[in-house]
Design a binder for this molecule. Structure first.
Ligand SMILES: CC(C)(COP(=O)(O)OP(=O)(O)OC[C@H]1O[C@@H](n2cnc3c(N)ncnc32)[C@H](O)[C@@H]1OP(=O)(O)O)[C@@H](O)C(=O)NCCC(=O)NCCSC(=O)C[C@H](O)C(=O)O
Ligand SMILES: [Mg+2]
Length: 287
């Protein structure tokens, strides 16, 4: 089953009123209003107020609105949760989530703060503990409204000393583990940011790599990154045509007993049908 379209997730500091307003016009699938590392300590309270007003004010159309709060043991977590959960965004993003218990705690906290039923959770995966225990973190989806996990390459690099070099060889095994955990527990997995927002070609290569590894989308930091990533994570015309043929073949009543067929010289089996339907749903949702 396909969840929401999450090709592009644009972060914007909650302290930046201009960015919060601009988000209403941008083609990102998800907008993340940031209260954690992207906001200076002196601006935390004002940013929280501004973000809550933006969530309550609406005007963002079909975009998914998520808010990243500060970490559990920070001086701002309790006030963030109280104010943000009550405003009812589509999701609250928990930075530096380390365990299944962290997700369950966040779920309890947002419920106690009066979050509406539609408010889900995202977990940022950005510490060595989270990279080791990612399957346990994803397993919290059975008991908590965990909708997605998001990689945080800057914190991963900081905490592991791995380098963010082209092709991300140091991160590859962790990226793949993240995809496995997400698929096992039916949550979305969103690839991390590409810091050099003036390098469109580098961004495209990294987005294609994430897509080919199985990611559902990519987190972004600048509006200039949206179009490239939306294109990379949307099915191509050739993929859509191929998917249509698969559905036509296996949906045809006369082929009810057919398990294997050929399309354009390639073998397809009935097991490809789900993937083909997902491709068509993605294409429809991206229109
Ligand atoms: C990186 C930036 C600070 C650059 O900002 P700026 O210098 O203002 O860029 P431009 O002059 O090119 O901006 C052009 C116009 O676009 C608007 N803008 C810029 N960025 C955004 C944005 N993210 N969302 C919405 N609108 C944006 C500017 O206001 C200009 O508008 P206008 O004046 O009308 O023309 C900035 O891009 C930025 O702050 N980016 C996001 C930073 C952030 O949120 N960081 C936290 C998340 S990153 C993360 O999670 C890392 C993770 O945790 C990890 O560990 O890896
Ligand atoms: Mg981080």
């Amino acid at each position: 089953m396909m969840s929401r379209l999450r090709r592009s997730m644009l972060a914007m500091p909650g302290s930046n009123a201009r960015a919060l307003e601009k988000g209403k016009t941008l083609a990102a699938d998800v907008l993340m209003f940031e209260l954690e590392d992207g906001v200076a300590e002196s601006a935390k309270d004002a940013a929280r107020e501004q973000v809550v007003a933006a969530v309550r004010g609406g005007g963002y159309g079909a975009r998914e609105i998520v808010v990243r709060v500060n970490v559990f043991d920070s001086p701002w977590y309790a006030a963030d949760i109280a104010a943000v959960a009550a405003a009812g965004p589509d999701a609250i993003v928990i930075p530096k989530a380390n365990s299944r218990e962290d997700i369950l705690r966040a779920a309890r906290d947002i419920a106690a703060a009066g979050a509406p039923a539609h408010t889900a959770l995202y977990a940022m995966i950005e510490t060595p503990r989270a990279l080791f225990d990612i399957e346990k973190i994803a397993s919290a989806a059975a008991e908590a409204p965990l909708a997605a996990m998001v990689l945080g390459p800057n914190d991963i690099a900081k905490s592991t000393r791995a380098r963010l070099t082209p092709g991300r060889p140091a991160l590859l095994s962790w990226l793949s583990s993240a995809v496995l955990a997400a698929r096992l527990h039916d949550v979305d997995i969103i690839d991390g940011i590409y810091n050099d927002f003036n390098d469109a070609e580098g961004l495209r290569r990294e987005a294609e790599q994430g897509r080919d590894l199985g990611m559902d989308g990519k987190m972004l930091i600048h509006p200039s990154q949206i179009a490239v990533v939306n294109e990379v994570f949307a099915p191509s015309p050739a993929e859509i045509a191929f998917a249509r043929r698969i559905v036509e073949i296996f949906d045809a009543p006369e082929n009810a007993a057919v398990g294997v067929a050929q399309v354009d010289g390639r073998m397809v089996e009935r097991l490809h049908l789900d993937g083909a339907r997902r491709t068509l749903a993605l294409a429809g949702a991206a229109d």
